[in-house]
Design a protein around this ligand. Sequence first.
Ligand code: GAP
Length: 542
Amino acid sequence: MSDKHDNALMEKIVSLCKRRGFIFQSSEIYGGINGFWDYGPLGAELKRNVKDTWWNDMVHKREDIAGLDATIIMHPDIWKASGHVGTFSDPMVDCKTCKGRFRADQLEETACPQKPSKCVQDCDGEKTEPRDFNLMFKTYVGPVEHEDNVAYLRPETAQAIFAQFKNVVDSSRQKVPFGIAQVGKAFRNEINPRNYTFRSREFEQMEIEFFIRPDEVVEAICGAVQEPGADDKCADPAREWGWNAWHKHWFEARLDWYESIGLPAEKLHIRWQTADELAHYAKATADVEFDFPFGQQELEGIAARGNYDLSKHQACSGKPQIYFDDEFQAAIKKLDEAKAKELAESYKAARIKYFRAAIEDSMTDEEKAEIEARAEKVTEKDIEQFLKGNYIPHVIEPSAGADRLVLALLCSAYDEETVTDAKGKEETRVVMRFSPRVAPIKVGVLPLLKNKPELVAKAKEIKAMLQPLMTVFYDETGAIGRRYRRQDEAGTPFCVTIDFDTLGDGEDKSLEGTVTLRHRDSMEQERVKIEDLIDLLAPQVR
Ligand code: GAP
């Protein structure tokens, strides 16, 4: 695990992001607002590419995932059922001396606002006892600000997926195992937003709920559940997979994806949550972490959540969330009665366990009794349904943050090197080494001189040819070397320069119809035919 903290690097990245229009402080002209960030022209392209690439690779390229685009404000009972109203909180302490509010579990890492050389833990300010602070933003629906009209800005996109599970099953041709994906805004009233955009109050998530058969169902159909060995790759889904293999499949798939968009493997780590970190419903959670300049931190959580969420929504809404599986129905009919009953009892016991595990010491007796009553509602009826081929699917949840990923890409792409210019002078080249797949601008199109109409016309022609397929930036201002540097800082992987040879006006007439293609990372230049540009560039930037 890396705990290197490179503040100087982080400062350079923050400065470049503002200067080049990747990220701005929200509401800056009014002094900003803590925990909120805007994306400038380059940042907006980068973030859009991140979300589009995720959607393309996770939804369009897989046959077992369907998309959803749900509202940010939903029925408030959703957040009661999910446990967010009751327990989505962080422990907060107030400092009576400096009037600051801090996360009680981060006092060692948070600088005291009055004595920044000390952390809050070590400063002598008088602090209150920790108390729970709910992270959900509240609002009112309709004109009356009354408790009855309270609603919440969603703190995660996941719950809408659970709430629409039945509609997606009924309206699409998906069969378990399959996933539902969603990209969208989430809001958390974080006590201490920090590390630039890393912990914000408004951010975007890219979440998948991947619904799988409970292990008892897999056993009924296949005779046994296939457990993956530590060295086995789980790339190609198999009918025999239980939750363990699916979980492995997902964290391998997600690691591969991060590499495919340019994050280096050596900076990515899987960290298993320890038993005391795990949410009460989770069987296991593997976090994908990245070496940020401020330390190794979470990019994505991949949780095996059992059937906790659908069970809770079934219990709270009164609407069945069971799934009928014809293959399972046929299989369970063939089992002898004792084996079928054993599997049904095991399935029922697991569901009761999820409910009981939700009981927390801090809950009131009434809340505990309510959960106990729900657990008792898991009865013989559930066994009957199971024996007829119905079950509540389990879920694996790969949940990523788009803004955190953009930050990881910015940190990973930033590079400085000393180069010698055409006049032999040494200078520092700042270059954002984005993967062409996510780079905000794919190609810079540069006429050698702006006061030569033939060069400008040809450059604009090439720009028009490439533009339907990729983002192109046309730049005719300044010396060509300066223009290359500007594109290096923007992270543009390719530049196309149009010169007199292109027009057939140079000494070497064979170069007519060719341009200089300059590669950002190596700074190498090659001469290519205009007609070959699309075939050369398009596959690299998608
Ligand atoms: N549905 C599960 C869930 O929301 P989470 O670990 O709380 O799990 C998932 O959030 C991801 O969302 C995180 O790995 C992170 O990338 C992103 N995320 C969470 N809180 C964030 C915040 N305050 N600012 C930016 N990104 C955040």
